[in-house]
Design a protein. Structure first.
Length: 149
């Protein structure tokens, strides 16, 4: 099954965010409309919902294209993604006025202050989560689609 391997890699990559992001959106809707959380979370969720599946799909295509040369394990390949996505997302959020950088931490939506140590812990947790998702879930989907090596 060698036909359209990059299309299958793209579809394998978008599998996880396509399932998870609607659940996150549901949580945001409940927070905003039911519980009345005062900050504009809808400004935060739209960009990731459009970019994350695309990024996962392209990242899986890059894995397929580069694996013969790099021999990098899929989990490690996936764990590299937050090192590209977090600074890019932070830059976009800062540019749009969603995120302000301070001396002791970051401020989201002019309402929620998060100290830098907590940001670092969240980033580390994200890297671990990406590693596990890519190793087990995306790896499983890649094997099902016949593109695993």
């Amino acid at each position: 099954m060698n036909s359209h391997s990059y299309l299958r890699a793209y579809l394998g990559g978008i599998f996880v965010p396509t399932l998870v992001l609607p659940l996150i959106l549901t949580g945001f809707i409940v927070l905003r409309l039911v519980l009345g959380v005062p900050f504009p979370i809808e400004r935060f969720i739209i960009f990731p919902m459009s970019v994350v599946p695309l990024l996962f799909g392209l990242w899986n295509m890059l894995y397929l294209a580069s694996h013969e040369r790099t021999h990098l394990p899929l989990g490690l390949h996936g764990a590299i993604l937050p090192f590209l996505g977090a600074p890019t997302g932070g830059f976009v959020a800062h540019t749009l006025g969603i995120l302000q950088l301070g001396s002791g931490g970051v401020t989201w939506f002019h309402a929620c202050d998060v100290p830098y140590p907590l940001v670092a812990c969240a980033f580390l947790a994200g890297v671990i989560a990406y590693y596990l998702v890519w190793k087990y879930i995306v790896g499983f989907v890649n094997r099902v689609l016949g593109i695993a090596s």
